[in-house]
Design a protein around this ligand. Sequence first.
Ligand SMILES: C[S@@+](CC[C@H](N)C(=O)[O-])C[C@H]1O[C@@H](n2cnc3c(N)ncnc32)[C@H](O)[C@@H]1O
Length: 346
Amino acid sequence: MSDQKNSVPEPEELSIGQVMGPLTGFWQTKILLTAAESGLFTELSGSSATAEELSTQLGYRMPGASDFLLALAGLGLLHASEDGTFRNSPAAERYLVRGRPEFIGGYLQFCERELNPAWEGLGTALRTGTPQNPGALEGNPYETLYQDRESTESFLESMDTLNTPLLRRLGEIDWSGYGSFVDIGGARGNVAHHLALRNPHLKGAVFDLPQLEGAFTTHMAALGNDGAVSFHGGDFFAGPLPESDVLIFGHVLHNWGVDERRTLLRKAHDAIRPGGAVIIYDPMVSNSAPPLYATLAALSMLVWSAGGGEYPVSDCHAWLEEAGFHPETVGPEDTPDDVLVIGRKS
Ligand SMILES: C[S@@+](CC[C@H](N)C(=O)[O-])C[C@H]1O[C@@H](n2cnc3c(N)ncnc32)[C@H](O)[C@@H]1O
C-alpha cells in the first residue's frame, strides 16, 4: 500500500497553499467586509495614517488593529509604508471609497446580507437542488428582497457594479437599424439609460417588477435622464412582453431554470418586431474548464435563486433557435466577464 502511494509522482508545483488559499478565503472576505463596513477606506481616501491613529478613529484595540491593517496590506487593499503609515491601494481608492463613481459598497452589502447566508447551505443545495434563500423557496426571491428598502438599494447598486462592464460592449452593437428597445428585468435603468444616451434615436424602456418604479425614477433623476427611458411595471411570467425592436435580458435568464428561460425567449420572439433582435448577457460557460468566476456565479444562483445557474453558450444558442431566432455570440467566450449573445428575428 505504502509502495503504491510512493509510486505516485508528485507534481513539482504541489503545495499546501493550494488548499490553504481557498480555506482562508472566508477570513479574507471577513477582513474586507469588516474594513468596508467600518468606513476605513473612505476615511483614508487621499491621506495616510498610522495604525494607532486609525485604531483610535475606528474604535479598535491594538495590537489586533495593527494585524488587521497589515492583513489588508497583504490583500493588496492598503499600502503599508516604511514609516509605519497606511494608505489605500489604487484598487481600494477606486472601488472602496464611498462617493466614488465605481464604489462597490452596494455589492459588498448584497454579498454580506443576501448571498453569503445562502452560501452557508451549499452542501444542502448540492444534495437537494433546493435554494438556501428563504425568499426563493416561497417563489420569486426578488419579491422578498424588495420588501426591505436597504437590501433593495444595495442590490440595485450591486447590479450596476456588475452591468457597468457591459455598457461599452452593448454600445458597440450596431443600433442604427433599430428604433426601440426594452430592457427586460432592467432594474433601475442603468443599462437602458446609457444605451439611450449613446443612441439618441432609440426609444428605450425598462420592464421590471412594479416595486422598482420608485428606484428607477430616483436613479434616472440622479443620472440626469430627462425622460428618454420609460418604466413599465409588470411580471414577465404573466402575460406577453412589451413589443419592441430589441429586447434585452441582462443577468436575467440565469436567475431561472431552463423551462422558464425557454418560455421567456418564446415570449420575446412573439414581442419582437420582424427584423429585430433579442440580446442576452450572463456569465455563460463554453467548455469543460470555464473561468472560476462563471462557476462561482453558477453556485451563487444555485443557493440564492429559484432554480437558476449559469449555462453553456451552446444551450443559449439552442434555446434561441428553438424560439425562432438566429443566434450569434458577440465578443469573447471563456472570459471572466459575461458572454453577450444576440438572436436575430427574420
Ligand atoms: C439579476 S437582476 C438584473 C438586472 C439588470 N438587467 C442588470 O443587468 O443589471 C434581475 C432583474 O430581474 C427582475 N425580475 C425578477 N423577476 C421578475 C419578473 N417576474 N418580472 C419582471 N422582472 C423581474 C428583478 O427585479 C431584477 O431587476
